[in-house]
Design a protein around this ligand. Structure first.
Ligand code: F6P
Length: 490
């Protein structure tokens, strides 16, 4: 907030994302709010609580739909109006094309190297364009000044920066791409590559998680667009306008709000053991994420199988709690993943389980942040085995949850988080044998080693928290605005 006032005085702040920070569902005659399982929301919501402003998002809960025609705003978080939520309504048909189709069957597999073929349909593209325009118009209608600060989030809105720029040329548009950016050759298969890149280059600042993703973006622009890339200033000049392209590794709030209500670790352990019927000496592993094929869940289940096969002494002494939030379940690639995960779990449980011992508990339901933090605090080891992931905030949340400085993190080298949390046990999730070895090593890690590793990781996440992430983007935007003003004199 201070930085905003100093660097971008009187700024009117907007966040635009597909997901809303609180989903409003009707239960009987009450409206119950739910926090979606979303790294984007975990990161952005605390920033908006600090800055205030308007969050523009797709209205998606059952209670939202009842007010489809209303131009309503909701004050959030519930009961404590720190910012306002402006919901944009889209039809079921648009949702099919824009969200399920182009965003999640096209761009998602295009940008994640998880060997799922992207699907591009002309009709989906048309919906994507129309929904982007709807959101651009909503932002423009909300803006009361010609120069708002607009934080555009993610691959759902690649066209939005340019659409907003056309209507508000003085806006400061800060776009953050939450998923990886692939190399030029891979991106080149997208039939609308030029439109997408031109859309993104309507931004003042374009952020990725890592320098590698920025480099891939520069290479893609170089290959497909008439533009000037200025490597010194790390920027692209396209159509006479400059966009700064930089890495901003996203993070979480510190201290995390969900930690405040947590019981001591021993109490969390007892509660989780009771819930799953586990004896006191049982060692616990956890994996918590959206049920997505990029997360390497199947490989992880196979690694557990491998561990119990090669080190049978863990049978009856180690159990894995795999918590998955259903996501995008209409898509064939997601239903196939769910069926396969259930099949492997049953197979592993049949192979290694016995009366009173279930090696893997697969729990498919949404968990609120309090429940997630309790599970993290109860665990001996947390496994993040993404096949490809922009950042992965689960890894950072596990570290944040462990104020007792205990617990081991097994982390995929293909998650952006691995370049920051180098004290985790870094694995290649495609190497099932190697992952099983890392799990075994985590289970016997001495307490002093756990403490040393956890301390370093906690110090890193504490310092590089999400306020710093937002602050750095705002600072760069303000510098660019000042530089552009100077250039206007020349
Ligand atoms: O990882 C990319 C991302 O957009 C996140 O930012 C967000 O947490 C997640 O995907 C949400 O997926 P969905 O909204 O489709 O459930």
């Amino acid at each position: 907030q201070d930085l905003l006032e100093k660097e971008l005085p009187d700024a009117e702040v907007f966040v635009v994302s597909n997901r809303e920070p609180y989903i409003h569902n009707r239960v009987g005659d009450r409206i119950v709010v739910q926090r979606p399982a979303s790294g984007l929301v975990s990161a952005l919501e605390p920033v908006m609580r600090a800055c205030g402003g308007v969050w523009v998002a797709h209205g998606s809960g059952s209670a939202d739909r009842e007010t489809v025609d209303a131009e309503d705003h909701v004050a959030v978080p519930p009961g404590k109006p720190a910012y306002r939520l402006r919901r944009v309504w889209i039809s079921d048909e648009e949702q099919e094309g824009y969200y399920y189709g182009l965003a999640n069957e096209g761009l998602w597999p295009l940008c994640h190297l998880a060997y799922v073929r992207p699907i591009f349909r002309e009709a989906d593209w048309q919906h994507y364009v129309a929904v982007n325009q709807r959101f651009a118009d909503a932002v423009v209608r909300e803006a009361t000044r010609p120069d708002p600060v607009i934080m555009v989030q993610d691959y759902h809105f690649a066209l939005l920066p340019r659409m907003i720029r056309e209507q508000l040329p003085k806006a400061t548009i800060l776009t953050f791409w939450h998923i990886p950016w692939p190399n030029a050759e891979a991106f080149g298969i997208c039939p609308w590559k030029e439109e997408i890149i031109a859309g993104l280059l309507g931004s003042t600042v374009l952020g990725f998680h890592t320098q590698a993703h920025c480099n891939n973006f520069f290479e893609t622009v170089d290959r497909f667009m008439e533009s000037r890339i200025d490597r010194d200033h790390r920027s692209v000049v396209f159509g006479g306008e400059e966009t700064m392209v930089r890495p901003y590794p996203i993070s979480i709030e510190w201290p995390p709000a969900a930690l405040a209500s947590q019981q001591p670790v021993e109490v969390c352990r007892a509660a989780v053991r009771e819930r799953f019927g586990l004896p006191a000496e049982m060692r616990i592993g956890v994996g918590i994420e959206r049920f997505d094929y990029t997360k390497g869940i199947l490989d992880r289940l196979q690694a557990i199988d491998e561990l119990l096969t090669r080190q049978p002494e863990w049978k009856g002494r180690f159990t894995f709690l795999q918590i998955v939030a259903p996501t995008r379940s209409k898509l064939a690639s997601y239903t196939a993943l769910q069926a396969e995960a259930i099949r492997i779990t049953e197979e592993v449980n049949a192979r290694h389980g016995r009366e009173g011992y279930q090696p893997i508990h697969l729990v498919i339901r949404h968990h609120e942040p309090d429940e997630v933090y309790e599970l993290f605090r109860a665990a001996d080891v947390c496994v993040v085995s993404s096949l490809h992931d922009g950042m992965n905030l689960v890894a950072k949340e596990f570290v944040a949850a462990r104020d007792d400085e205990q617990g081991a993190l097994v982390l995929s080298r293909f998650a952006g988080a691995s370049s920051e949390l180098s004290e985790a046990l870094i694995i290649n999730p495609y190497d099932v044998q190697g992952m099983a070895e890392a799990l075994g090593r985590a289970l016997v890690m001495r307490e002093d080693e756990q403490r040393e590793r956890m301390r370093l990781m906690r110090a890193h996440v504490r310092e590089r928290n999400v306020y710093r992430w937002a602050g750095q983007i705002l600072l760069d935007a303000s510098r660019l605005r000042k530089r552009q003003r100077v250039q206007e004199f020349e």
